[in-house]
Design a protein around this ligand. Structure first.
Ligand code: GAP
Length: 512
């Protein structure tokens, strides 16, 4: 199965098992808006808890807030979003489809990279053990030809990006014959800027109403509460403010399922520091955040840093943590050293002094900020796409399993009476009552035990607990582990400790 096909199967699986539904589905859906179902919301909540506890419990100098989606419209002028939160869009005149010009070019570059990698793989197969990738890349004529093309387009693209040269974006698209995937033609309009903020109006009368925006990031809610939190929490620099909440962007090209949505959730933390210490903190937060990801056990090789070549004018360092999604390595989280730009702008636009008096320095300054910003939905997609597996079993059967890291799994244990009679449901219900206060459990008595195991595998339940006739006599149950399918007899009174040892979020947090 190709990665594309696998991705389609994953999307269907998410719907079939109650993880993610297209929004407003009975009205044919709403583009790039998705609802979380009964399993999805549990997974999402567990991810949020892992992040929240890692930030606010493990760091005594980080506190959380929950600011509103609606904020004063001047905030978005100060933050630069009204003036510059734009994407370059281009339309194909034949298909009437709209695209992001930068994405068309980046996809084109991605295809060239893919071609080079394919050549390298061919070489690896041909030369076997003796294969030297570095030498092959430096000498193989096909790779060199593709590399020259890549460098030429990439160079032009970066220059155009730096100069914000929209005409050059279009020219790159035309010169490289980048066609619309729908019409197959190169009949493009000019490239225009498109502001990504959604607006609405607030006020009861038409005359008195004012335009306000749905926040495109949660970070500004933190900046405008900096003084409140610093004063009421008597916070001393360095300190951080964390927040989880919805953000809205009118994405031009919204695709790849929950990777790019119009309504999504962010987990952001702004760390306020003394000017001059920002690069040290930037390095520390890069390490910390990578550790948080790798700690989940989804393979260190599936993450990489992508340092930004082009920095926003207010930033002096920025990187993305990229994850290997089914459609390649893509941004999962951003870490940015934002200087004192945001607080400085809010000081200027609000007229309020936003400073910190540093007792050690004996002086006041506007703090610098290092930000960590991750999309909850992208994290859900990372977990689901990594966990989804179709396996062929020794007995010839197939099983679909979500090997979700156990502390994040929506359901931790399923309690299954072998048959629906002979007092087994009653005992199973007792087991359920024993466990439900500590873990999210499911009780299931319908269908054969094999079918019930498959259903639990498909939603990623780490443990299935089967109550059988023997259980009535010896007080033991069979515990089946999801990934290995190994089974063991366990005393009912030992169940809680056994499950806890695998699914307790604190086990993950202790390793950070
Ligand atoms: N405050 C900084 C900020 O918002 P960003 O790189 O625009 O930075 C941060 O966004 C993270 O939010 C991204 O790394 C991504 O995980 C998530 N994100 C951004 N746009 C998104 C979208 N349209 N759909 C889903 N997640 C998105």
């Amino acid at each position: 199965m190709t990665q594309d096909e696998l991705f389609k199967v994953l999307v269907a699986h998410c719907k079939e098992y109650g993880f993610i539904f297209p929004s407003s589905e009975i009205y044919d859906g709403l583009a790039a808006v998705y609802d979380y179902g009964q399993m999805g919301v549990e997974l999402k909540n567990n991810i949020k808890q892992y992040w929240w506890n890692a930030m606010t419990r493990l760091n005594e100098n980080i506190v959380g807030i929950d600011s509103c989606i609606f904020m004063h419209p001047r905030i978005w002028e100060a933050s630069g979003h009204v003036g510059a939160f734009n994407d370059p869009l281009i339309d194909n005149k034949d298909s009437k489809k709209r695209y992001r010009a930068d994405v068309l070019i980046e996809d084109f570059l991605g295809k060239i990279e893919e071609k080079m990698n394919k050549e390298v793989e061919k070489g690896r197969k041909r030369f076997g053990e003796a294969f030297n990738e570095e030498q092959f890349r430096a000498t193989n004529p096909n790779v060199l030809r593709e590399k020259a093309k890549y460098d030429e387009v990439h160079g032009r693209y970066k220059k155009a990006e730096e100069a914000n040269d929209l005409a050059e974006y279009r020219q790159i698209i035309i010169d490289n014959n980048i066609v619309c995937p729908i019409s197959g033609t190169c009949n493009w309009t000019d490239v225009r800027q498109f502001n990504l903020m959604f607006s609405t109006s607030m006020g009861s009368t038409a005359e008195g109403a004012s335009t306000i925006y749905l926040r495109p990031e949660t970070a500004q809610g933190i900046f405008v509460n900096y003084l409140n939190v610093q004063k009421t929490g008597r916070m001393k620099i360095p300190f951080g403010i964390a927040q989880i909440g919805k953000a809205f962007r009118n994405e031009i090209v919204a695709r790849q399922f929950i990777f790019r949505m119009r309504e999504f959730e962010q987990m952001e933390m702004q760390f306020f520091i003394k000017p001059g210490t920002e690069l040290e903190w930037f390095k520390k937060w890069k390490e910390q955040r990578m550790k948080w990801h790798v700690n989940l056990g989804m393979g260190a090789e599936n993450y990489r840093f992508h340092d930004h070549e082009k920095l926003a004018h207010y930033a002096n360092a920025a990187t993305d943590i990229e994850f290997q999604f089914p459609f390649g390595f893509k941004e999962l989280e951003g870490i940015h050293s934002r200087t004192n730009w945001d607080l400085g702008r809010h000081q200027q636009y609000s007229g309020r002094k936003i400073e910190y008096f540093d007792p050690e320095e004996g002086a006041a300054y506007t703090p610098y900020v290092v930000e960590t910003s991750i999309g909850v939905d992208r994290m859900v997609l990372a977990v689901l796409s990594h966990s989804f597996k179709e396996e062929k079993l020794e007995n010839g059967e197939n099983r679909v399993v979500l090997s979700i890291p156990a502390p994040l799994a929506p359901v931790k244990a399923a309690v299954l009476p072998l048959v629906k009679k002979d007092g087994l449901p009653e005992l199973a219900q007792k087991v359920m009552d024993e466990l439900k206060f500590d873990f999210n459990c499911q009780y299931e008595e319908k269908d054969s035990i094999g079918k019930r195991y498959r259903r639990q595998d498909a939603i990623g339940t780490p443990f299935c607990i089967t109550v059988d006739h023997q259980s009535l006599e010896d007080g033991c149950v069979t515990v089946r582990e999801r990934d290995t399918m190994a089974q063991e007899r366990v005393k009912i009174e030992d169940l809680r400790a056994l499950i806890d040892s695998k699914v307790n979020l604190n086990n993950l947090l202790r390793n950070l």
